[in-house]
Design a protein around this ligand. Structure first.
Ligand code: WT7
Length: 650
């Protein structure tokens, strides 16, 4: 970053001013030019029905829709009356267009094992998995929870659910027993698909043991399908547990994808909000299909021979939309990698790129920063010449990491795109198109087709260029969430009730004179740790559930690698002593390792207003080691801050 000394200093610190033009070679072959983007974007807003009908019309529908959009704020129905099947479009359609022999998945295990599936092979396994689920009594509309490592079976299970109209709920394999059972109970899942264990940094993660414990707390659960990933021989409960490979071997490989209403629920994915209870974000079939199909093709400038690698786990929405549905709907070859980026060493990502000739890499700023910290010598040992496009997602990317990514990994030859979106939006909302738009490091960029963003005040006044405010979307789009599973009131309030008549994203942002939107981060009580969402209330609930803790407040602290890390302030219960190691282990067990506090302050009081509200603003300043700023006069006991500032973190 440059540090100008002129009077517009403040303005310039806030505004990274570099503009990076698309590399000429890339631009020359790109699908979309600037003019094309302008034309289609205009059309998508002026005549959305025609625009979306054209996109949806490129896919196969068993029954055509009668109406493109039925909008009864805050409820949207897209492609009304249409029937389709997303798994059919992802697989059968590709085989029918002659792509049966093309590689759909290239999977590499952490131990180096490689498994490849052509579209025809993948289709066959998905059909068998669909039949195996039907044989276990799963019916259209039932919920199926997946708790798996990143193995091909995770994607196969998702597609098999979609094929029969069962609603999948993928729970990240790093989540705890309680997180898993809470999510299964909320969705009333009938079937759990898990594995004996996952491989992580050379060790085993015993998923089946967690699954057994969670199953004991989930009355609706009837069966467990268990993938044998690690040969670890877990106990199997007769009558309840079935081996995946045995169930598939016994199943027919003939199955016709079920025609489903466009608004048939496709999946639920839990994400953190500003209350203690995660939200089950519900996506439906037709709109999500159209959104992921369009964005994968357009944003990533997809070509027939691309090898597309999105490094996210399928436990997150990025894995749903850009490791499974979006690329398969486009007939692309997808790279999947099971393990950690630093196993056996920090060259692993680059070894995968080199070995499998990856052309498009889509990863998170936290990974880029961690890789950057290892120095340029490691990537220099690998042939990264296959790469042609780099993407970033999950949190704001700092300009330094952006430049490193472009120079060291992209060899100054690959455009870098920063994509802003959310679990709720289903697909990419803001980005630059790699051959059409210059990039401004640190700024996500421009709206995708059909997306009409604005920056507003809480009162709903639209702000002008460079004014910081709240990011909203002014009209519905096909891949938007339809509701919060089982809690439509929360859906209304959280997304369409904060600011009248617009979708409220929960992020602060500003837009420059060129229309580029820079997302600054969450404005609610949601943390973003390594690109993953965590609610401060969720962590606080876990902390106060520990017998040694009377009260807790959690805030985020800026972190060089993770973006943000978890800092907890706890008040001991009575005369008890708080053991920080035990507390960290407890949070890990209650939620997962992601939520483990990096720092814990054991305090005798928290800064509260006279009405009892904790003033987190001050806690954030203390956590960051900054001087206290702002009005402390509303505090019940201003002395608390001085005492806290002298308390060492443990
Ligand atoms: C939140 C959504 C959607 C993919 C993964 C995260 C933050 C995401 C960016 C970006 C700045 C970003 C926002 C958003 N975020 N991408 N490119 N620039 N911030 O999905 O877990 O639903 O989190 O991640 O704060 O609201 P998610």
């Amino acid at each position: 970053m440059t540090h100008p000394t002129s009077s517009d200093h403040i303005d310039n610190v806030l505004h990274e001013t570099r503009v990076i033009q698309p590399p000429a070679d890339f631009a020359a072959q790109a699908q979309v030019t600037r003019e094309e983007y302008d034309r289609r974007y205009r059309q998508s807003l002026d005549d959305p029905d025609t625009f979306w009908a054209e996109v949806a019309g490129e896919l196969t529908w068993m029954t055509p829709w009668e109406q493109v959009l039925d909008w009864q704020e805050p409820h949207a129905r897209w492609f009304v009356g249409g029937q389709t099947n997303i798994a059919y479009n992802a697989l059968d359609r590709q085989v029918e267009r002659g792509l049966g022999g093309k590689r759909a998945f290239v999977w590499e295990g952490e131990d180096g094992e490689v498994r490849t599936f052509t579209y025809a092979e993948l289709l066959r396994e998905v059909k068998q998995a669909a039949n195996a689920m039907l044989a276990l009594g799963v019916q259209t509309g039932d919920r199926v929870t997946l708790y798996l490592p990143l193995v091909p079976e995770a994607a196969i299970a998702m597609l098999a659910c979609a094929r029969i109209g069962a609603v999948h709920s993928v729970v990240f394999g790093g989540f705890s027993v309680s997180a898993l059972s809470d999510r299964m109970n909320d969705a009333a899942s009938k079937l759990l698909i898990t594995a004996d264990a996952g491989l992580r940094r050379g060790g085993l993660v015993n998923l089946k043991a967690n699954a057994d414990e969670a199953a004991g707390k989930t009355p609706t659960l009837e069966h467990m399908l268990v993938v044998n990933r690690a040969g670890s021989n877990p106990p199997m409960q007769p009558g309840r547990d079935v081996w995946w490979h045995e169930a598939l071997a016994a199943a027919s490989d003939e199955h016709e994808a079920m025609p489903l209403d466009s608004e048939h629920p496709l999946f639920v994915l839990y994400t953190s909000g500003s209350t203690g209870k995660p939200k089950g974000v519900l996506h439906t079939t037709g709109g999500y299909m159209v959104g992921t199909y369009l964005t994968t093709d357009t944003v990533f400038d997809l070509k027939d021979d691309d090898v597309f690698w999105c490094t996210a786990d399928v436990g997150w929405v990025t894995g749903h939309s850009y490791s499974v549905y979006g690329p398969l709907l486009n007939g692309a070859t997808v790279m999947l990698y099971e393990g950690a980026p630093n196993h056996p060493d920090w060259g692993r990502f680059w070894a995968i790129v080199q070995k499998h000739r990856v052309t498009i890499l889509y990863t998170a700023p936290t990974a880029i920063r961690a890789l950057m910290r290892q120095g340029d010598a490691i990537p220099a040992q690998y042939d990264l010449s296959s790469l042609r496009l780099l993407g970033s997602v999950g949190e704001p990317i700092n300009p330094e990491a952006w430049m490193w990514y472009a120079r060291v990994i992209g060899g100054d030859r690959c455009p870098v795109i920063d994509t802003w979106w959310q679990t709720e939006t289903g697909s990419i909302m803001l980005t630059t198109l790699p051959g059409a738009h210059p990039a401004k490091p640190g700024s996500a960029g421009l709206p995708m087709y059909g997306i009409e963003p604005a920056i507003m005040t809480r009162a709903g006044e639209e702000l002008g260029p460079n004014d910081g405010g709240l990011l909203v979307i002014k009209r519905p789009w096909p891949s938007m969430l339809r509701t919060v599973y089982g809690d439509d009131e929360r859906y209304r309030k959280t997304y369409w009730g904060e600011i009248p008549h617009v979708y409220f994203a929960g992020d602060g942002a500003r837009r420059d004179a060129d229309g580029y939107i820079t997302v600054m981060g969450r404005v609610d009580d949601v943390l973003n740790v390594s690109g993953h969402r965590l609610g401060t209330m969720e962590i606080e609930s876990a902390l106060v559930a520990h017998p040694s803790v009377a009260e807790a407040a959690v805030v985020g602290r800026p972190d060089d690698i993770k973006g943000e890390c978890v800092v907890a302030f706890v008040l001991p219960q009575g005369e008890q002593t708080v053991d920080p190691a035990a507390l960290r282990a407890y949070v890990t067990r209650e939620i997962g390792a992601l939520a483990r506090p990096d720092a814990i302050y054991i305090a005798d009081a928290l800064p509260k207003t006279r009405s009892g509200k904790i003033m987190r603003r001050f806690l954030r300043q203390i956590a960051a080691g900054r001087a206290i700023e702002g009005d402390t006069s509303t505090l019940e006991d201003p002395g608390v801050l001085d005492r806290l500032a002298e308390t060492p973190a443990v």
